[in-house]
Each structure stands twice: as structure tokens, then as C-alpha cells.
Design a protein around this ligand. Structure first.
Ligand SMILES: [Zn+2]
Length: 252
């Protein structure tokens, strides 16, 4: 009996030690697929080829939610905090105070946030959002995004993507690559982001991908991904999959 107890204590200590050494812990309970909530709404996109990117990630179990027109309603889902990662490919402008509180509730739990492409434009009147995602594409008040020398976007551009941090788990082993996609320029980037990708394209805003942490949560932004030509680019697909896997881990 006594030796059983001490054996149990020994193994309990081993588990504690293993946890301490393992670093970040998976947010999802138990092993298996990464439970992900994919949110769209507020911007048109090619749904089928886009959703296929996520269907083709073997270790992902994702639910697709779309905001209702009036505000960012997908954040009101009862199952929000059961996910390991939330992916944003949305562009709503309105968010209620209750919905803001739901967004902020991710970060005490270490739920990851992966922000894609036009979600850089969302919630122009909510300053916390810019801090959380590490940047903002500023939109003129009451207007559509305008194209000027200072700020704008251009579709169908061929450009070279350059890895700036080859040691990061998201970009490790990836070679520089070319892509046919939309560029943005003139967007703001937070001082505390960690850049992963840039481009040699003179006009394009930089960086193209970055990470940061918000409390216990890992946050990733990827500017690429306007339509099927990007969705079908193997490098884009790999970056999205790795971003989700990385964001699924909780910072201590
Ligand atoms: Zn776009």
C-alpha cells in the first residue's frame, strides 16, 4: 500500500515535470483534431475553394459561422469558448459591447486567433481590435476603402513572398515563393508584432504575416488570400494550416 502510494506520487511528479518541460499546452482537451471556429461575413469571397483549404487540413475539425448583417453576431455563439482557435475571414464594421466582451474572453483562456486578409479592415471604431490583431487597414469614415498613393489595394498582382523568420514554427523550412494575389498598402502595423513574411514588391505593405500574443493567446495575421488563385497556392495552404496549429497552443 505504501509503495503503491509512493509510486503514484512518483508518477504524479513525472507528469508535472513533463508538463513543465513541454512548454505551451494544447488548448483543446485531449488529443485529436484542433477544434476551430471559422468566421466569415461582411465581405464577399469564393466560398467553395476557400472552405476546401480548411477541409484539406487533416488535423482540423472546423465549424463555419457567418455573422448576421447588423453586427458581429457569430461571437454570440454558446460554444465559442469550446474552440482551440478562432479564424477570422470576416469584415464587419459594427460590434456591440457584449460582442466585444466575447472577443476579449478568448484571451484569458488562451484560445488562439488567426486573422486572414480583409479581416484587417474590421471594426474601424474599436481600438482594441487593432491592438489585438497587431494592425489595421484604415477605412475612410462612411466610405469604401479608397485607392490612393498612401493607402489602397490592387487585385491580381504577381509578387514574391520572402520568409523573414526561417526559425519560427509557422515558416520553418518554407522557401520564398511567388503568388498571384491581392496586395494592400498603407495599413498600420503594431510595434509589438513579430514579422514572419515580407515581399520584394515595392508598393505592397509589409510585413505580409506576423504573430503576437494577447494575454495567454497566440495571434497570427496573414495578409494573403483574396481568391481561389491564392487559396490553391500550396504555400498559402501550408501557412494557414501551420498558423492554426501554432495558435492552438496556449502561452503560459
Ligand atoms: Zn481581398
Amino acid at each position: 500500500m505504501k509503495s503503491n502510494l509512493s509510486r503514484r506520487a512518483f508518477f504524479a511528479a513525472l507528469v508535472l515535470l513533463a508538463n513543465a518541460l513541454a512548454g505551451p499546452l494544447p488548448a483543446a482537451e485531449g488529443a485529436g483534431k484542433i477544434k476551430t471556429l471559422l468566421i466569415t461575413g461582411g465581405h464577399a469571397f469564393e466560398a467553395e475553394p476557400f472552405l476546401q483549404v480548411f477541409r484539406d487540413i487533416p488535423d482540423l475539425a472546423f465549424t463555419h459561422a457567418t455573422h448576421a448583417k447588423e453586427s458581429a453576431t457569430a461571437w454570440e455563439r454558446d460554444d465559442l469558448l469550446t474552440h482551440a482557435v478562432v479564424v477570422l475571414y470576416d469584415m464587419p464594421m459594427n460590434i456591440t459591447e457584449a460582442q466585444q466582451a466575447r472577443v476579449l474572453s478568448l484571451f484569458d483562456k488562451g484560445i488562439g486567433l488567426v486573422v486572414l486578409h480583409h479581416a484587417l479592415v474590421s471594426f474601424q471604431d474599436w481600438p482594441d481590435y487593432e491592438r489585438i490583431i497587431g494592425g489595421r487597414y484604415p477605412k475612410p469614415p462612411n466610405g469604401q476603402p479608397q485607392v490612393t498613393e498612401k493607402i489602397g489595394y490592387e487585385h491580381g498582382v504577381d509578387f514574391q513572398v520572402v520568409v523573414t523568420d526561417p526559425k519560427h514554427p509557422i515558416t520553418k523550412g518554407l522557401k520564398d515563393f511567388s503568388i498571384h494575389d491581392e496586395i494592400y498598402w498603407g495599413f498600420r502595423v503594431g510595434a509589438d508584432v513579430h514579422p514572419l513574411l515580407t515581399t520584394t514588391h515595392a508598393k505592397a505593405g509589409k510585413p505580409l504575416m506576423w504573430t503576437r500574443t494577447e494575454k495567454k493567446s497566440r495571434v497570427v495575421y496573414l495578409q494573403l488570400g483574396h481568391d481561389h488563385t491564392a487559396y490553391e497556392n500550396p504555400n498559402y495552404r501550408e501557412l494557414v494550416a501551420r498558423a492554426i496549429r501554432w495558435a492552438a497552443l496556449v502561452e503560459k
